[in-house]
Design a protein around this ligand. Sequence first.
Ligand code: FES
Ligand code: MG
Length: 592
Amino acid sequence: MTRKIAKEDLRSRKWFMNPDDPEMTALYLERYLNYGLTREELQSGKPIIAIAQTGSDLSPCNRHHLELAKRVRDGIVSAGGTCIEVPVHPIQETGKRPTAMLDRNLAYLSLVETLFGYPIDGVVLTIGCDKTTPALLMAAATVNIPAIALSVGPMLNGWYEGKRAGSGTVVWKARELLAAGEIDDDGFMEMVASSAPSVGYCNTMGTATTMNSLAEALGMQLPGSAAIPAPYRERAQMAYETGKRAVEMVWEDHRPSDVMTREAFENAIVVNSAIGGSTNAPIHLNAIARHLGVPLDNDDWQKLGHHIPLLVNLQPAGEYLGEDYQRAGGVPAVVGALMRAGLLPHPDAVTVNGRSMGDNCGEAVSTNADVIKGVDAPMMAEAGFINLKGNLFDSAIMKTSVISDEFRTRYLENPEDPNAFEGRAVVFDGPEDFHHRIDDEAEGIDEHCILFMRGAGPKGYPGGAEVVNMRAPAYLLKQGIHALPCVGDGRQSGTSGSPSILNAAPEAADNGGLALLQTGDRVRIDLTKCTADMLVPVDELKKRAEALEKAGGYAVPDNQSPWQEYFRSLVGRFDEGMTLKGADQYRDIARK
Ligand code: FES
Ligand code: MG
């Protein structure tokens, strides 16, 4: 360990050991003594390490962090630090209404203020459930004190009648069985609950496994940390090692800006394709990058990630679950395979342990080629996203690898116009409107229609709703037409495998082109040129824009809480990370 800073330089000394102001020192100090901390622990030059605690009874996915924190604390103390556990605003993906995404920026803001305003030298970020990971990495980026992430780990594999039952994906199957009368309500509940057999986060490759894997690929977790299931002994051992390392990082002054460089983000984009990562990942990584001042946009995602093969065979795209991912080697095995094929752009990117990604993972191999495939025999050849543009929006992403054969045959294999299609737009304003109208035969929806969902972006449905993957009308399903093309300014769940064009920005509620679209308009989508346009004359669009402005703009539902109001007035676009306006001006604030 190369020490860069002396104990006199510790940030916490400004509070607990300020020779110029003994009075304030006493005031700052006395209340931290009242529960049993000693002056030695606070004044002898031990780094104060915060555990940013996201676990609580309200956040079951991360609740196991309450246990793991004990081992983190042991690690901190054994390395000569003092531990202070601090609560983070709770975020539970499955419990928060209207959407957990609304709270990502709230948790970010409050953690920034906590880390900045208190005597904290370094921080352990307890990540896990979908939005907790980006919220904490964003805060670490802004404050820029030494920080290391610890994943809570996925749940054990779920099993139902001898088959793997994965978070989220089991619900789709259970719905079909319920509809077919093969199970009743209790059977439905039992089947869904079978996917959640232990503490931990979703065991599928949803947004949680994606973001935890990417936190490791960015270099922010110890190697091998992301995939260990929550109840495994290795998880608690990793917690101990993470606590120890946090103290060393303070002495080394090893900061988030040293780890999360442009190179690290490029590595993470490549890893995201190889694991079959969620379409929420670009929003979150673009946000973290923004708070560090690292340029990153959806063109980067297409350029760096689209051609990368899918290696990890996890549900929903594949068969397996979290325990299998861990046993096959987790993130290091994926990174090792990419490196040996020359696909990891920056093996020399530095990680939290002070070593490079290449040093950490270069030798790692998959121990089960069925779960983590080789680059020579991947699940799919091109697993990343494309970034579409046109008069409907400036940016929207699509995971082309999940296009089904049925979809490909119907829409993309026209010899006169390959990889492109035109259709009649059917426009829905929010999920309620969709549910009202989708099965109404009077709408005349057929296989030549393209379904649009708008009013579902960051401002429209505060935080953005996961509603763009829309089902076809019941009468078309009966005819064997399973999926119509879907486009929208909302998101879609990481556990859904639908090939929607989503996260469109700017959204309808932010004067995006989608607000001008009308049911009946012709729309053209070209997946080779990466374009999406309404075939409506410019004059007509101008007229519609004027009418919309006169009417006071695209209408959104009322705010239900003060935060919804603040959020809507400050939030940016999905392609720019959905960060709060102006927040990215504040960088490296702990040094100021
Ligand atoms: Fe929390 Fe999936 S709901 S990780
Ligand atoms: Mg989700």
